[in-house]
Ligand binder design. Structure first.
Ligand code: F6P
Length: 354
């Protein structure tokens, strides 16, 4: 078969591992030919390609980013965008396309499938918020980077008697904040799923310091919301990408100001930004991404089109793309309750040690 492959949306550690797995199993086991489309859906609209043989994928396993590059191009926003993508597939006699991406890229994959293309999806996002799968690759690496950053700001917080506010990614879901916050021993974790009252945040920090602590660490997801903010996240500017997403970021700076105002404790903000998406994937993500790639090429050869490779109970299974894109997988109440066990209730009188 002739297989096409593309990577869309934000870059993510492990993308190259998926590409490598598809190419190696495709060539070694199925005698396929593989063609890469460059820069996400833009590669199909503008017919930008790269031949993917064994040499092309040699040495890419530990590399971050994607050798196919990526973009947030949305064919539905271009005149005849989907038709042009189909025409490019036909021109290159592509029998099946593997689309690696998050909900935006996979929503286009679903449209392409409905328009007659043979498409298989692979779930990618550091945010870990794609429906239907237990974990997306890239999440583990992002959490490791965020956890290391929290460990590092701990030393400054302790040395200076400060409150440090660390902002991590997470547009709609607080998985990175929750996992890195737990792993890094944060004192307050704020996620998009639960709008927060800044007075209560300040109170809990005050309460901790009354117990004899002299520093605190707050981890906040970029998409977290002030309860009094009418449900709106903090944005960098009013611009939107082709999928209608605003550019989030900056909540840590506002929050740090408000905490300092209310508690009188010196407070600093650190915004991790794209650092947590860059660089080499963790061993876990290399293995997970490789399993997704192997699963996807098997799905192609079983003819499971309009489907996505998903991780369920540590097995790679095939689920409909519609299931993956129909809802964001946000942090559930059960997980929030589990994490709550780590923190003192606001107003609790008894002294505790940490
Ligand atoms: O991929 C998802 C994400 O990591 C979001 O958490 C974040 O808001 C967004 O990407 C930022 O992407 P960009 O590279 O477009 O700034």
């Amino acid at each position: 078969m002739r297989i096409g492959i593309l990577t869309g949306g934000g870059d993510c550690p492990g993308l190259n591992a998926v590409i490598r797995a598809v190419v190696r199993k495709g060539i070694f086991h199925y005698h396929d030919e593989v063609l890469g489309f460059m820069e996400g859906w833009r590669g199909l609209i503008e017919d930008k390609t790269m031949a993917l043989d064994l040499d092309a994928v040699s040495g890419i396993l530990p590399r971050g980013g994607t050798i196919l590059r990526t973009s947030r191009t949305n064919p539905s926003k271009r005149p005849d965008g989907v038709q042009r993508c189909l025409a490019t597939l036909a021109k290159h006699q592509i029998d099946a396309l593997v689309a690696i991406g998050g909900d935006d890229t996979l929503s286009v994959a679903q449209k392409m499938h409905e328009a007659g293309a043979n498409v298989v999806g692979v779930p990618k996002t550091i945010d870990n918020d794609l429906g239907g799968t237990d974990y997306t690759f890239g999440f583990d690496t992002a959490c490791n980077i965020a956890c290391e950053a929290i460990d590092r700001v701990h030393t400054t917080a302790e040395a200076h008697n400060r409150v440090m506010v660390v902002e991590v990614m997470g547009r709609d879901a607080g998985w990175i904040a929750l996992y890195s916050g737990i792993a890094g021993g944060a004192d307050v974790i704020l996620i998009p799923e639960r709008p927060f009252d800044v007075d209560k945040v300040a109170e809990s920090i005050q309460q901790r310091h009354e117990r004899g602590r002299y520093f605190s660490i707050v981890v906040v997801a970029e998409g977290a919301k002030f309860a009094e903010g009418a449900g709106a996240p903090v944005v960098q500017d009013m611009g939107k990408d082709e999928f209608g997403h605003a550019k989030l970021g900056g909540i840590a700076n506002i929050l740090a100001r408000e905490i300092e105002k209310r508690t009188g404790f010196e407070t600093r903000a650190v915004v991790l930004g794209h650092i947590q998406r860059g660089g080499s994937p963790s061993a876990f993500d290399r293995v997970l991404a490789t399993r997704y790639g192997l699963g996807a090429i098997d799905m192609v050869h079983r003819g499971e089109f309009g489907c996505m490779a998903a991780l369920r109970a540590n097995k790679i299974v095939s689920i409909p793309l519609t299931e993956a894109i129909s809802r964001n997988r946000t942090v559930d109440d059960e997980m929030i309750q589990i994490a709550a066990g780590l923190f003192e209730e606001i107003g609790a009188k008894e002294a505790a040690t940490s």
